[in-house]
Ligand binder design. Sequence first.
Ligand code: DGL
Length: 269
Amino acid sequence: MQGPIGVFDSGYGGLTVFKEIQKKMPQYDYIYLGDNARVPYGIRSFETVYEYTKECVFKLFDLGCNLVILACNTASAKALRTIQQNDLPEGKKVLGVIRPTTESINEYTINNKVGILATQGTVLSKSYKIEINKFHPTIDVFQHACPLWVPLVENNEINSKAAHDIVEKDIQRLFSQSSEIDTIVLACTHYPLLLPVIKTYVPNHVTILSQGELVANKLMDYLKRHPEIENNCSKNSSLTFYTTDNAENFETNTTIFYGQPIKASHLEV
Ligand code: DGL
């Protein structure tokens, strides 16, 4: 039976990716689920991120989704592979945000020096490094974890002096690994919201990649190449938003990530 496309994140951040997916492919039905009750995932262990992500993915399957996108880098880094290998019921599919970002990274870097800015969990998993080198073994990957960036965004401190100080220091730390980096991936759902601040401290010639549009384009491609999955996606342009925490709080805080007000409901996991 056809069903909506599920989009999962640990909280609000995945809305930056979802917004682009929905813009590119408005014909599909979507269910967005944010695990706000248990955010952040970026500092949690592999086992915890896997358990939480699996629970939420299965909630989305129960709600009728046949295809679920993990719009969360930490969940994509720590849970996707295991879920794909061990847990998927027949006819269900889960995709992440790391592969779509890494497979075409060579189209952006000229000197093969790429910087990854991400949560601690994503950096420690080395998923970006592994995935990039799988496709492009000659690319040097430099990673730096920015644990304070998610709280800055969640607390709407993106234009504050603190944001400038913290971002400046983290950018310096990334470039201290190699001053030649010519491409930076913002490998966390929240970081695109800090882009104006990030640009202040990154040399002009460096390309900064946000994932939303990249992931949306790759998903569109993927659905064209996999008609058996595309045919399982219902197309009535409906949008449903769930949070594992308080729905009113979710509605109040989503505008900064999604760009427009939404109606949400609570979902127990
Ligand atoms: N969504 C997470 C990510 O992209 C950031 C927030 C969190 O730590 O849960 O890595």
